[in-house]
Design a protein around this ligand. Structure first.
Ligand code: TGC
Ligand code: FAD
Length: 390
């Protein structure tokens, strides 16, 4: 049974609207009833629970901020953040699926797509009838996506796409892929590639010790004929995919707090129940130090993301501010998962408690959407004005 209780040490709920709290509560109730009971099994088997897709869509998690005219929920950025927090409280893989669908597939179609593309794809993506994936990373170009070699040629009545992408969330079951590739002049564009196009395949990647309840694959393009109307017309260059990453990284900054809260909540409860040396382990100063530091770090992260949400609602959040929150909050969450696992002793390594699963998941989260060190360098560049990537 999912005994999770939310923790709000600085009464930040007072800063939320009734609508934001309602959206969060509905998602929490649905997740407790439908996803918590099954997630460990799917994680162990290394499968994504496909049957939860309609429920995820009903919570508004697919395109929370996409306007209602395109099938989205038309919510503000803080609501989006709260939804990602609830999803990641249960599992980072579940949040990943929603992040990719919303920020990496629906967002570019909404922001950079034509009106025809918006009408064709967004409602089906919002309802979960179609799932999408986002192909930026290549086998030899991870942190440095600008070096990508996937490319397309203008053949007159269509584009001819060649190349490959690796580590792509949702790829094995997605109907639609937003793929970033270079034109003949070397400029990066987004193309919408659909399952069934000849020469396009999506083999699943196996052997992950992390994010096991999320499906990850490759995208392979062998002379794929992409119709000309499938290019995203309104933005090109590396800034286009990086703009999508801003939205996804914002969601991760909120989501990581969910994983941290779940670990803290479990450790706090366990520390009051587990007796050693005739006392609950929560009575020992060393356990209290761990718990006190956890709730302090969670509270700081909650404040950071709340302010970031306000700035994003006002259109004032910078990419570097989002980077800082992604790096800080994921690092905070992974450290809390490790400490919480220790408070559970040997039981902490079992699937009766969520800490080890969160800890393993967060190893992916600290790497994808820009590694911890890349985000550190983004902050370094922002404060000095000097890029240190190359
Ligand atoms: P650089 O020269 O700095 O920038 C190129 C152009 O992009 C602009 N730009 C941005 N635009 C919007 N948002 C941002 N965050 C931006 N950052 C940069 C920049 O102004 C420039 O524009 P212009 O007009 O001057 O051309 O590029 P660089 O090649 O030096 O690279 C910079 C760096 C290292 C920060 C960037 O490449 C980077 O962020 N690398 C990390 C790669 C990454 O995050 N990949 C994520 C793949 S997707 C994923 O992981 C999904 S996980 C999904 C899940 O399951 O949740
Ligand atoms: P590399 O870039 O090879 O980095 C290796 C190490 O070198 C890292 O520690 C890095 O910080 C360090 N490093 C690299 N460059 C520098 C530098 N200039 N200075 C200092 N240190 C540096 N990508 C997608 O496009 N779509 C997806 O849906 C997607 N989903 C993913 C799902 C999972 C489970 C995972 C694990 C990854 C996913 N990714 C996806 C890929 C992810 O974005 C990349 O793994 C990430 O950007 C890092 O690239 P890399 O793994 O090639 O590491």
């Amino acid at each position: 049974m999912d005994k999770y209780e939310a923790h709000d040490y600085y009464l930040l709920d007072e800063l939320l609207s009734d609508e934001q709290k309602l959206i969060r509560q509905s998602a929490r109730d649905w997740l407790k009833a439908e996803v918590s009971p099954i997630i460990e099994g799917y994680y162990e088997r290394g499968e994504f629970p496909n049957q939860i897709l309609p429920g995820l869509a009903a919570t508004g998690s697919f395109g929370p901020y996409i306007p209602e005219e395109y099938g989205g929920a038309g919510l503000d950025q803080i609501s989006y953040g709260l939804l990602m927090q609830e999803l990641e409280r249960v599992d980072s893989g579940v949040r990943s699926t929603a992040s990719v669908q919303s920020s990496l597939v629906m967002y570019p179609i909404w922001k950079y797509g034509s009106e025809e593309q918006r009408k064709k794809y967004l409602p089906k993506l919002a309802s979960g009838e179609w799932m999408g994936c986002f192909g930026l990373t290549e086998p030899d170009f991870g942190s440095n996506p600008g070096g990508m070699i996937s490319n397309f040629k203008d053949m007159g009545d269509h584009y001819l796409l060649n190349g490959s992408k690796m580590w792509i969330s949702n790829a094995p079951f997605a109907q639609v892929a937003v793929v970033w590739a270079k034109d003949e002049s070397g400029r990066i564009h987004g193309l919408i590639v659909e399952r069934g196009m000849e020469g396009f395949s999506t083999p699943e990647m196996h052997g992950k010790h992390s994010l096991r309840a999320s499906s990850t694959g490759e995208l392979i393009f062998e002379n794929v004929k992409v119709p000309k109307e499938n290019i995203l017309p309104n933005k090109s260059g590396l800034g286009a995919p990086l703009g999508c990453l801003d939205s996804a990284r914002f969601g991760i900054a909120w989501g990581a707090i969910g994983a941290a809260l779940d670990c803290y909540d479990s450790a706090l409860r366990y520390s009051k129940e587990r007796i050693q040396f005739d006392k609950p382990i929560g009575a020992f100063q060393l356990t209290q130090k761990k718990l006190a530091e956890m709730i302090t770090e969670i509270t700081k992260a909650q404040l950071l993301t709340w302010r970031l949400g306000v700035l994003r609602n006002e259109g004032r959040a910078t990419s570097a501010q989002i980077s800082m929150a992604k790096r800080n909050n994921v690092d905070m969450a992974i450290n809390i998962a490790r400490e919480a696992r220790q408070i559970h002793g040997a039981m902490g390594i079992t699937n009766e408690y969520p800490c080890m699963r969160h800890m393993a998941n967060l190893e992916s989260v600290i790497t994808y959407e820009g590694t911890h060190d890349i985000h550190l360098l983004i902050t370094g560049m922002d404060v000095t004005g000097i890029p240190a990537f190359k």
